[in-house]
Design a protein around this ligand. Structure first.
Ligand code: HEC
Length: 444
């Protein structure tokens, strides 16, 4: 390993990534969905000479552009920062494979941001037709940035033929590319629709009837949510079998989040159609915020599932979540951890170190991506009641113990070192109760 090891403390690396990623995904989806919704509605307002809707869209576009550009940029940089710390090996693979895709995406960003600013600042200052055209440029470039990044995100779950061909196109246009693109587009439009209801409620110049009119116009973007179930079925049909199994019963947490995500989305879609469009119900601010919260949790759940079902890999069948390549593990088993990782061995004088110290380094490389000692997915309570023999027995077959853990990689003596380190956690008196009952039973 050529990268420094970062210990985030009790927060844990994966939860750090998850929090920033989820916030960023929400903002980015909103930027795309809003980018499509606004010029679409503007064209309709012009066609029907709808002054109320036109004025509202002007305010809404300020909200979209200022919020999503600023917050999107900040969290976007945050993502790069945190994934580079958490998974430098995987990011290295992605950059090598996709550098031109990212460059292309950034060109779309520039077009998106420029046209977005022109669209907002030249409202009423250009002919309505030209203005809608600028909006269309904005919508297309925003969606294209999703189109490009979607191939990179889906690659990690389904690298497909790339595993044998190594070709860019196999990597980018991989098996989950299309269902994921549609799922994301649907959720982007829905977020835009929900925010129409929020902004309409915050707009004091609108009375109830005008508010109802605008919310009805915005709710069409929620209706595609009703497609969530068939699109998810498609997605899981092309995802690796083992990954789908995790979401469909294999791992309780995944299954619950997945169920919640599609159920919440589908219900919001049906509510939009039957409640808001057919029966012209009004959404007040509280309900709009509640819908926003549901959308937030549903999006977060789906992202969590997407990340979770990829375990034990970070790039499926190619690299484990701890950054070890699948084809590297045999070598590490044969030659020993520190022989296979000469940089780590050099930086840290493993020959002079105690078994516990060596074990700690192995732990930091192989386990710390997913476990904190105390805190997120904490290792200490997991092994609190185990004796050294049991720790060793289980660590030897981690991948069989829990299918979403990578196998332990190292020689017999590395395993002993890791067990020596883990045992120090256990005996550090974490659970007085457990320690007591053990000593009564004559343990240690
Ligand atoms: C890909 C992420 C990941 C990696 C890497 C990982 N684990 Fe885990 N591990 C988990 C998850 C998730 C659980 C389940 C926790 C739970 O059930 O509460 C778990 C559970 C465990 C358990 C308890 C198992 C049981 O059945 O009670 C032990 C022990 C453990 N891990 C040790 C390790 C060690 C040692 C390493 C490094 C050699 C490691 N893990 C690497 C994700 C990981």
């Amino acid at each position: 390993m050529n990268f420094p090891i970062f210990d985030p403390g009790p927060m844990g690396l994966s939860s750090l990534v998850a929090v920033i990623a989820i916030v960023h995904v929400l903002i980015a989806h909103f930027a795309v969905g809003g980018g499509i919704a606004i010029p679409w509605l503007e064209a309709r307002a012009i066609r029907t000479n709808d002054r109320v809707l036109g004025d509202f869209l002007h305010k809404y576009s300020r909200f979209l552009i200022l919020f999503s550009f600023v917050a999107g940029a900040v969290t976007g940089v945050g993502i790069w920062f945190v994934i580079a710390i958490a998974s430098p090996e995987a990011i290295t693979v992605l950059i090598r494979q996709f550098v031109w895709a990212w460059a292309t995406e950034w060109v779309f960003f520039i077009v998106e941001i420029t046209s977005g600013y022109v669209y907002y600042f030249y409202w009423d200052k250009m002919s309505p037709k030209a203005h809608v055209r600028v909006g269309i440029v904005y919508a297309v470039s925003a969606w294209m940035s999703l189109f490009v990044i979607n191939g990179i995100l889906t690659f990690m779950l389904t690298p497909g033929d790339w595993l044998t061909t190594g070709s860019f196109w196999d990597a980018w246009l991989n098996p989950t590319f299309w269902p994921s693109l549609l799922l994301r587009t649907v959720s982007a439009l829905a977020l835009a629709g929900i925010f129409v209801a929020v902004v309409a409620n915050l707009d004091r110049s609108l009375d109830r009837e005008k508010g109802r009119h605008i919310i009805e116009a915005g709710s069409v973007f929620l209706v595609p949510l009703a497609l969530m179930i068939p699109l998810s079925v498609w997605y899981f049909a092309v995802a690796p079998h083992k990954a789908s199994q995790l979401a469909l019963g294999g791992a309780v947490a995944m299954t619950m989040f997945f169920g919640f995500g599609i159920l919440a989305s589908t219900l919001v879609g049906l509510y939009a159609y039957f409640g808001l469009i057919k029966n012209r119900r009004y959404i007040n601010l509280e309900t709009a915020l509640l819908l926003t919260a549901i959308a937030f949790v549903a999006t977060a759940s789906m992202e969590y599932v997407r990340e979770g079902i990829r375990k034990p890999f970070i790039i499926y069948d190619y690299m484990y979540a701890n950054g070890l390549r699948v084809d590297e593990v045999d070598k590490i088993n044969r030659s020993g951890f520190f022989e296979a990782k000469p940089v780590v061995a050099r930086e840290f004088d493993h020959l002079a170190a105690t078994p516990e110290e060596r074990g700690r380094v192995i732990y930091q490389v192989e386990c710390q991506r997913c476990h904190a000692v105390d805190g997120y997915n904490a290792i200490r309570p997991l092994i609190a009641t185990w004796d050294a023999e049991m720790i060793k027995f289980n660590t030897r077959q981690l991948n069989r113990l829990k299918g979403f853990m990578p196998p332990f990689a190292g020689s017999e003596s590395d395993l002993n070192d890791l067990v020596a380190y883990l045992s120090t956690l256990r005996t550090a008196n974490w659970q007085a109760g457990a320690a007591k009952s053990e000593s009564k039973g004559g343990g240690q």
